[in-house]
Design a protein around this ligand. Structure first.
Ligand code: SF4
Length: 437
């Protein structure tokens, strides 16, 4: 038996107006994306060129991971570097030389720019070029910016992937032509699931960007189609477009319906027959729906408010509304790539506020006025809201947990349902308890 298909949404219909805000904001900088990137690329090393602040941020965000000799570190700029008393390029060369002797397994060294390195205009692109001359092909060196001036949280991954695409354009890169590139860092388990589903449809020469190996090579040309697996990849899409690759437009693979629409967009672009597609997705889709149904009672009708964090917010809100019947009050996103999220926004319920950027005090006022049942926000806001008697979900978990694809659709519902369940257990009251003023 095959299940009925959903079509890609029409993006032409009335989309909610977007509230643009600029002001005080509470978000991570792009360095934090190194925490999931370094786990994915097993032969790469991320060297942040920054201050003690950057090192502290990575230490607290990485938690216990810092005890497992992770493949990232910070080259800390001292006062004499900032005062121009030392040649930063010489110092960097020495740090890199020591690192590569100590870790001969590194095949790609990634120099990551920070606020301090940008403020003193240290040109890491030039440094990468120079170091490449010395270490390539044994170890390639690339650079990108993860600074708080330029990037917010997941945008760090975007800049890294754009740098990988640019690096692949270099003549020395291997030339294995890609027909389909899936862009966006995926947990290995999710990558394997997508690879299996696509292969079962007859699409088997798929390149994942990033892959598990930084040295696997990536050749892109006009025959390459690419699909974004994450909504925060504006610069990566631009870099792929610049190489002649063509984007497959789709909503993002969150939940049963999101994953189906995403896979179908790929299948249609490759001329796969609808019956074959339905046969491949029928079982995993059914499993995903059953897993989601398990949590519907906790989330149906609940008012949910999203503070901006990762740019995943429109997709998460669409999933909650479309598949769990939640009532979405506001969807905040640090940045909205209009073209890439048009499909998601068109599926949001009427009356929802979509906000881009942040003026945190005004947003907190709106949140208080809406009195939502669940607030999705960062760690800096979560405990103060909890102290007011409100229920929160830490948004950072959506970036660190595998949530894409059919098999993770139920886990994703659970991430939202868990704080409501916990509150119920602790208080014995229904989950939509009125917040104390
Ligand atoms: S890059 Fe900037 S915002 Fe990020 S930790 Fe370093 S100083 Fe702070």
């Amino acid at each position: 038996m095959t299940t009925p298909m959903i079509d890609l949404p029409s993006t032409a219909c009335a989309s909610p107006p977007v509230v643009r805000e600029r002001g005080q904001h509470e978000v991570f900088c792009g360095l934090t994306s190194i925490i999931w990137l370094h786990r994915k690329l097993q032969d790469a090393f991320f060297l942040i060129v920054g201050s003690r602040t950057c090192a502290h941020l990575m230490q607290s965000a990485a938690g216990v991971m810092i005890f497992s000799e992770p493949r990232f570190a910070t080259a800390i700029m001292e006062e004499r570097d900032l005062a121009g008393m030392a040649d930063m390029h010489d110092e960097l060369d020495q740090v890199v030389a020591r690192l590569l002797v100590r870790r001969p397994d590194i095949r790609m060294l990634v120099l990551v720019g920070s606020c301090p390195s940008e403020v003193i205009k240290l040109d890491l692109g030039r440094a990468a070029g120079r170091l490449n001359g010395h270490y390539a092909p044994r170890c390639r060196v690339i650079a990108y910016s993860g600074s708080g001036i330029e990037t917010t949280f997941t945008q760090g991954e975007d800049n890294f992937l754009a740098a990988l695409v640019a690096d692949a354009a270099k003549p020395a890169a291997p030339k294995a032509r890609a027909r389909l590139v899936v862009a966006g860092c995926l947990a290995d388990v999710v990558e394997d699931q997508f690879q299996r589903l696509l292969a079962a449809m007859g699409i088997d020469d798929v390149v994942f960007l990033p892959g598990r190996s930084a040295t696997a090579g990536l050749a892109i040309g006009p025959e390459t189609r690419y699909v974004l697996a994450q909504p925060y990849l504006g610069a990566t899409a631009q870099a792929l477009d610049a190489r002649g690759a063509r984007r497959i437009d789709a909503i993002f693979p969150l939940g049963s319906e999101g994953t189906t629409a995403w896979l179908w967009a790929i299948a249609a672009a490759f001329g796969i027959d609808r019956d074959r597609f339905d046969a491949v997705v029928a079982q995993p889709r059914k499993r995903a729906r059953q897993a989601i149904d398990h949590y519907r009672g906790w989330l149906a009708g609940k008012k949910i408010f999203f503070f901006p964090d990762s740019q995943l917010e429109p997709s998460l809100a669409r999933y909650l509304h479309q598949e769990l019947d939640a009532d979405i009050v506001e969807v905040g996103s640090p940045y909205l790539h209009r073209e890439h999220v048009a499909g998601e926004i068109a599926l949001l319920p009427p009356g929802v506020i979509v906000s881009e950027g942040q003026d945190v005090d005004r947003q907190i006022d709106r949140c208080h006025a809406a009195a939502p049942d669940l607030i999705v926000c960062g760690l800096g806001l979560a405990n103060p809201f909890e102290a007011e008697g409100r229920i929160t979900k830490w948004s950072i978990e959506f970036a660190f947990t595998p949530i894409l694809g059919y098999e993770q659709a139920g886990d994703l519902a659970e991430l939202f349902a868990r704080p409501l369940m916990r509150n119920h257990t602790l208080t014995g009251r229904p989950a939509n308890v009125e917040a104390a003023e």
